[in-house]
Design a protein around this ligand. Structure first.
Ligand code: SF4
Ligand code: SF4
Length: 253
């Protein structure tokens, strides 16, 4: 087990089977403290789950609850939660009873106090995951006597489908770095935003099968994409990767 006593924020590397001591529940004195004043990254799959939970069209959700900006390092558009300045920069979904979207809360909320990085081997294509334990002074959940491993935490927090849907997004970021290091044009930026963060409009586009798109779904694929949100997101990752790689081909002499 990792002893945790320092008051300064710190990240402690953690093996997947290594035990850590943590518990979070409504009786902790810091309840909801971590849902304020945060830089909350939203994966495309987080957006999908939240839209489904709130029964909101994705365009409306993004306008009301999220911001999109160029991501660090790659410049690929990334989404963050829009915080409420009137409520001490609160997450829009937090209330006195806790998280208002708990069954579909984003991956970062599920993972906390862990951090997870995924690396893909360039030669074998195999992904490996690495964990760390984040210890911040405001969080009083450490050292409560409830020990479990990072792997068990992932299981308990329902993170497996999130990791399945989010890890391919990390691959798209790698494609951006490798195949399209230049900033996106305005047109490319709009297309990527729609594919990743506005699945309702992206679905309409894909099913119309417009000429000139980087990737066109077959008639059989269209039937599936019309009804399956997760399949549409996997297609969106491929579509964006093709867009980024196509731009590189077009730039070649
Ligand atoms: S989505 Fe829920 S758990 Fe995550 S920051 Fe907002 S209120 Fe907190
Ligand atoms: S700050 Fe830590 S213990 Fe407190 S509610 Fe958030 S995760 Fe739970």
């Amino acid at each position: 087990m990792i002893p945790v006593s320092a008051m300064e924020p710190r990240l402690i590397p953690l093996e997947a089977d290594q035990l850590f001591d943590f518990a979070c529940h409504p009786r902790v004195l810091c309840f909801n403290a971590c849902c304020h004043d945060l830089n909350h990254f939203l994966y495309p799959y987080d957006v999908l789950r939240l839209c489904r939970h709130l029964r909101m069209p994705s365009g409306d959700f993004m306008e009301r609850y999220a911001r999109i900006h160029p991501g660090p390092e790659t410049g690929l558009p990334v989404a963050t939660l829009r915080l409420d300045p009137v409520r001490n920069m609160a997450c829009p979904f937090v209330g006195s009873a806790g998280c208002g979207v708990y069954p579909d809360r984003p991956a970062a909320c599920r993972l906390y106090p862990l951090a997870r990085a995924v690396r893909r081997c360039g030669q074998t294509g195999r992904r490996t995951e690495h964990f760390a334990l984040l210890h911040e002074a405001h969080c009083m959940g450490h050292g409560c006597g409830q020990r479990r491993s990072a792997a068990a935490w992932v299981q308990d927090q329902g993170l497996t489908p999130y990791h399945c849907m989010n890890d391919p997004f990390v691959d798209v970021l790698a494609v951006k770095r490798r195949a399209h290091p230049a900033p996106l044009s305005l047109a490319e930026d709009q297309l990527v935003r729609q594919a990743l963060y506005d699945p309702d409009r992206f679905r309409t586009r894909v099913l119309a099968r417009p000429a000139g798109d980087p990737l066109t779904a077959s008639a059989t694929e269209c039937e599936r994409l019309a009804a399956d949100d997760e399949a549409l997101l996997v297609f969106a990752y491929r579509w964006v990767a093709a867009l980024l790689q196509g731009a590189t081909r077009a730039e070649r002499p």
